[in-house]
Design a protein around this ligand. Structure first.
Ligand code: GLN
Length: 231
């Protein structure tokens, strides 16, 4: 049953460089990941088609504001600053920042140890903001989170500051043991689905669909597919 009066296709924006939330497979262009499965299930629940557009993370809020997309789902943390610019659904995933370093690095064991270090982050993210607060750190802002790991592997930076689930997934997928995650989470952040500010109708529809998917077990199924456990 459709809970939506919206018949058109919803235009979704996502920065498809953030496995396991959104990425393109090595041999297919299809968008995959937790967010992608979730938004397709939400679209189904709302009775609308979804069209996914790959947009750099720092371009998502501008794309919502200009009306180029209806919805952004991209591991986007709900922050007070962003709440001034866009509307958010209820939180759908609990996250937070962690550090990754090269496997043979034994000096960096916590955020305090990042003082004066070279750090790679993805531009426009909460990780970038937190890294900039670290005294004397040289922060290198990359276009994608994948690029932050390349910088680390190349030895151009000492550390990467990135979302915990993304760092963890990278460690599992790139099992060559050249990088490791260190320390505890620095922040507690919740991901939300973003829409144009004041589009309360769409927020209501997203929240209703999200609630339904949590009740009928579909959310848990998608969660288990990507994280191996129930939430
Ligand atoms: N959760 C972080 C943020 O919202 C990173 C998101 C991302 O890189 N896709 O800034």
């Amino acid at each position: 049953s459709s809970s939506s009066s919206t018949a058109k296709t919803l235009k979704i924006g996502s920065s498809a460089d953030f496995a396991p939330f959104e990425f393109q497979g090595a041999d297919s262009n299809e968008y995959q990941g937790f967010d992608m499965d979730l938004i397709r299930a939400i679209g189904k629940e709302m009775g609308t088609d979804v069209e996914i557009n790959n947009i750099a993370f720092d371009g998502l809020i501008p794309a919502l504001q200009s009306g180029n997309i209806d919805i952004a789902i991209s591991g986007m943390s709900i922050t007070d600053e962003r709440k001034q610019q866009v509307g958010f659904s209820d939180p759908y995933y609990d996250s937070g920042l962690t550090i990754a370093v090269k496997a043979d690095n034994n000096d960096i064991n916590s955020f305090a140890d990042l003082k004066g270090k070279k750090i790679a982050v993805q531009i426009g993210t909460t990780g970038a903001e937190e890294a900039k607060k670290i005294p004397d750190a040289q922060v290198k802002e990359m276009n994608s989170s994948a690029d932050t790991f390349l910088e680390l592997k190349a030895g151009n930076v000492d550390a990467v500051v990135n979302d915990k689930p993304v760092n963890d997934y990278y460690m599992v997928k790139n099992s060559d043991n050249t990088v490791k995650r260190v320390g505890e989470k620095l922040t507690s952040e919740s991901y939300g689905i973003a829409v144009k500010k004041d589009n309360t109708k769409l927020v209501g529809e997203l929240n209703a669909a999200l609630k339904k998917l949590k009740e009928n077990g579909e959310y848990n199924k998608i969660y288990k597919k990507w994280f191996g456990t129930e939430p």
